[in-house]
Design a protein around this ligand. Structure first.
Ligand SMILES: Nc1ncnc2c1ncn2[C@@H]1O[C@H](COP(=O)(O)OP(=O)(O)O)[C@@H](O)[C@H]1O
Ligand SMILES: O=P(O)(O)OC[C@H](O)CO
Length: 584
């Protein structure tokens, strides 16, 4: 194994927007202008009765470890980002449908970002001790298994987009008790949650199996792996997660917020043999330990959330009925349902929204997950060579007035919510001699917008309520064309905050809660409210319905392709259950 902290420059690829180049982006130093609010002439920065000036001198760092990239951002406690660094890591696609990451690169990237962002922070005249706490937010479901005795990963991380378990999922669906799983954990059986991935690893990776049998295998999602390493790995042996990440494993009971025997038994996993992380609230003063090396050596970690839960907090969607949609690698709409979990009847997921302290109740959400959003844009860039920077997708889209009749069902991992079609594959419909790259660029972004519409419809059926506006964030929400299309398709206004780093902000808010910077959600009323961009629907309801009907037709036609592929690529092997074995 390589030294985890030695950077292999060649390993950082993908979107061309990492590092300092990103730091120079115009949205980096976001100055929150005082704004007129409902309450009159008040804003967080003018809010003398609160601790406005004080809060500008208090700082929280956030590690935001998404599917595509890692960032470290230092916020002041009014929510303004002061210093930031972002870098990418390798995406490993060894076979069609497989998607892995090197666990060491995930840790490396976090340390690199902390180093670089701290340089900028110190250059502004601040000192290390000004950073009072660090929060962590990560991609969810991605599984890391490591050796508890050596601290070394036993395999690459297998990500949430990986579909190698498709046939395993089909087998599991036939098992007694399969129908009840969703009532316990909120998630339907699919290739998406961690449980199925772990089962596959135990069945197919001899090193993992051996370590499990010998009681040496530690299981975690990316948050646990990062926290373990930040705390010194094998020296610190801190093995924890939070309720939001644990709610994506399919091992946690949504009511008790603890691992559930029935769930563990269903996946045939012996909790006595496997080292599973302790489940903590998302904000906690002690449980996540402290950073043991690097520029923030000694700094305590006081929050941990899955990235989508973190974005919910970053949007201050604290009250039932509020929601947000994040267009990152995938696209995830979370709707706050309050202090009781809701089990969806229309293809959505029941999940934990956040729990901001041991003495606070958990808040639950209904979630609609779309597997491909910004990764569709990355696909046009990396695989098709349409442009060299994902930000250019809007320029290409602007070369044409609409998608020219093209529909791109970006089902690279099958289709997730609310469809759950595991054998769908990416398909473009409506190609003619007229079709240009601009049409495909538009159709790629529209795919996430159409799926968002399907999710909103499902959410309305589950909750009985319709959203009146949609708050957005994430990489692809930077595209005005995409956000305008979204408003047109869902026929309600789309609201984008001026400060786009809502996911990272959420973990900072949670970390600040843990150390009592905030006492109450009301303290955050003005956080990230200024200078929002609003996209209002510009096409008629009739035109919008016409577009959506074409999309729905294309979805139906994208079914059933994956099985075809398995039969053909296996050649003489007619067993559809056979999947390629992992190579390390
Ligand atoms: N200006 C942009 N327009 C459209 N897509 C973008 C833009 N900037 C980034 N993206 C896409 O957004 C994704 C990155 O978003 P981000 O929120 O950083 O994701 P993650 O948290 O999953 O790493 C990439 O897949 C990239 O292609
Ligand atoms: O990397 P993102 O931001 O698309 O988020 C990934 C999700 O957490 C997967 O469930």
């Amino acid at each position: 194994m390589r030294n985890p902290f030695e950077l292999d420059e060649s390993s950082v690829d993908g979107d061309s927007e990492p590092g300092n180049e990103f730091v120079d982006r115009p949205d980096f130093h976001v100055h929150v202008e005082p704004e007129q609010t409902d309450d009159g002439d008040r804003s967080i920065l003018q809010d003398e009765d609160r601790r406005g000036d004080d809060l500008k001198e208090r700082f929280i760092g956030t590690i935001d470890q998404g599917t595509t990239s890692t960032r470290f951002i230092i916020f002041d406690c009014t929510g303004v980002p002061i210093a930031k660094y972002q870098t990418e890591f390798r995406q490993i696609h060894e076979h069609p449908g497989w998607h892995e990451q090197d666990p060491y690169e995930l840790v490396e990237s976090a340390f690199i970002c902390m180093e670089e962002a701290m340089k900028s922070f110190l250059a502004l005249g601040h000192s290390r001790s000004d950073v009072e706490a660090v929060g962590i937010t990560t991609q969810r479901e991605t599984v890391v298994v490591w050796d508890w005795e050596t601290g070394e990963p036993l395999h690459n991380a297998i990500t949430w987009t990986d579909t190698r378990t498709m046939n395993l999922v089909r087998e599991l669906k036939e098992k007694p008790g399969a129908d009840n799983l969703v009532n316990l954990c909120g998630l339907p059986l699919s290739t998406y949650p961690s449980s199925v991935t772990l089962r596959w690893m135990l069945d197919n990776l001899p090193d993992v199996r051996k370590a499990y049998d010998e009681g040496r295998a530690a299981f975690g999602t990316v948050d646990s792996w990062l926290i373990y390493n930040l705390n010194g790995g094998v020296q610190g042996k801190r093995h924890v997660t939070d309720v939001t990440n644990a709610s994506r494993t399919m091992f946690m009971n949504l009511e008790t917020l603890q691992y559930d025997d029935e769930l563990m038994k269903f996946f045939d996993i012996d909790a006595k043999k496997l080292r599973m992380p302790e489940i903590l609230p998302s904000a906690d003063k002690e449980g996540f330990g402290e950073i043991c090396e690097g520029p923030l050596d000694g700094c305590r970690i006081t929050s941990c959330l899955g990235d989508q839960a973190s974005a919910l907090v970053g949007h201050c969607a604290f009250t039932p009925g509020t929601a947000k949609n994040t267009y990152g690698t995938g696209c995830f709409l979370l709707y706050n349902v309050g202090e009781k979990p809701v089990i969806s009847k229309h293809g959505l997921l029941g999940t934990v929204g956040f729990q901001l302290g041991r003495d606070r109740k958990p808040v639950y959400a209904l979630e609609g997950s779309v597997a491909v959003a910004g990764s569709g844009v990355s696909f046009l860039m990396n695989n098709m060579g349409f442009f060299r920077d994902s930000r250019k997708v809007s320029d290409l889209a602007a070369t044409v007035p609409d998608s020219g009749g093209c529909i791109f069902v970006t089902a690279f991992s099958g289709l997730f919510a609310p469809y759950w079609i595991d054998d769908a594959q990416g398909t473009i419909w409506g190609i003619t001699h007229h079709t240009q790259r601009g049409h495909i660029a538009r159709a790629t972004m529209e795919a996430a917008c159409f799926q968002t519409k399907a999710i909103l419809d499902a959410m309305e059926m589950d909750s009985g309520k319709a959203l009146t506006e949609l708050a957005v964030d994430g990489g692809m929400s930077n595209s005005d064309i995409c956000m305008q299309t979204q408003a047109d398709i869902i026929q309600i206004p789309v609201e984008r905050p001026a400060m786009h780093e809502t996911t990272a902000l959420g973990a900072a808010i949670a970390a600040a809660f843990a150390i009592d910077v905030w006492k109450d959600f009301a303290d955050l009323k003005y956080m990230n409210r200024a200078n929002r961009a609003t996209f209002n629907p510009q096409i008629s309801l009739k035109a919008s319905k016409r577009m959506y009907n074409r999309w729905s037709k294309a979805v139906e036609m994208s079914r059933g392709w994956k099985n075809e592929e398995i039969h053909e690529s296996d050649g003489e092997d007619e067993d559809p259950k056979k999947e390629p074995l992992a190579g390390k």
